[in-house]
Ligand binder design. Structure first.
Ligand code: ATP
Ligand code: MG
Length: 264
């Protein structure tokens, strides 16, 4: 809600966002302020329903047209539905379904602060849940590669305890030609994505592997010393996920899912 106590600059920003949709939504609070976008929680005035309003700023490098085409193809219960979108040149405002919950990044940060980690079983269950929206994306024709799977883009939804996948800013459709990543989160990107080689859906399996490693250990792969060494069966699965060559990796989400089930 816009109040007099807010810094003038912020008040102006929120007002601008509200004006884009002619006052249909009222900004409640800012969820995130990244380099390329600002993400707000907003409320629809007509019925009080919550939404996420994302402002993709000019110069973000996000291909707004690609993004809109991909988002309008998606229909899965663990992916926020696109309610509406406004595009002005390189700038875009998306209105998406709001999922109440915590990003896995927040869960990891909380655990780190409290010197604890997720129980193994829970980490496996969360990965199995994340396989649902990711498998769906890969099953589309043409397949959609998320390209930015990481804890910050996965949210634990409180209402049904499922893991939801968000942020399709740099997702790509895998077509016959050469598809390269445009941007990436280097700590989670596969070698082929980092080297700007041809990518396909297997790059997401690598990033999901890094995410799983982090969920299990609260650390990133490659750190010398692990507070919580992994059980050998977990290590084998992770090696398979994070194999540098995509041909040696799990080839599909379903292959990974079958192996995850064996860890329960
Ligand atoms: N539909 C949603 N429901 C609930 N929370 C959301 C939703 N979309 C985004 N969020 C929260 O806002 C955060 C930022 O959103 P998002 O990942 O889309 O943008 P971003 O990371 O700022 O964009 P970029 O990766 O381009 O910088 C997410 O990590 C998540 O916690
Ligand atoms: Mg994000």
């Amino acid at each position: 809600m816009i109040t007099k106590e807010q810094p003038a600059e912020q008040r102006e920003q929120w007002r601008r966002v509200e004006q884009v949709f002619r006052g249909k939504y009222g900004v409640i609070r800012e969820l995130e302020h990244g380099g390329q976008s600002r993400v707000y929680c907003a409320r629809r005035s007509s019925d009080g329903k919550f939404f996420v309003l994302k402002h993709i700023q000019p110069g973000s490098g996000v291909d707004v047209e690609d993004n809109l085409r991909i988002l309008s193809r998606l229909n899965h219960p663990q992916i926020p539905r696109l309610e509406e979108m406004k595009v002005r040149g390189e700038e875009a405002w998306l209105v998406q379904e709001f999922f109440l919950g915590d990003s896995l990044k927040k869960v990891l940060m909380d655990n780190r602060r409290m010197h604890t980690r997720l129980p193994w079983k829970k980490a496996v269950e969360w990965m199995l849940s994340a396989c649902e929206p990711l498998g769906y994306l890969h099953s589309l024709q043409p397949p959609v590669c998320h390209c930015d799977v990481k804890p910050a883009n996965l949210t634990f939804r409180v209402s049904d305890r499922r893991i939801c996948l968000m942020d399709f800013d740099i997702s790509r459709e895998i077509t016959a030609g050469k598809v390269r990543a445009r941007h990436m989160s280097p700590a989670y990107a596969s070698p082929e994505q980092k080297q700007l080689m041809r990518i396909d859906t297997r790059t997401d399996l690598y990033s999901l592997g890094v995410t799983f490693f982090q969920l299990c250990t609260n650390q990133m792969p490659g750190e010398h010393w692990l507070h919580w060494p992994l059980p050998p069966r977990f290590q084998d699965l992770l090696d398979h996920c994070m194999a540098p060559s995509p041909n040696v990796r799990f080839q599909t989400v379903e292959e990974l899912r079958q192996e995850l089930l064996k860890l329960l």
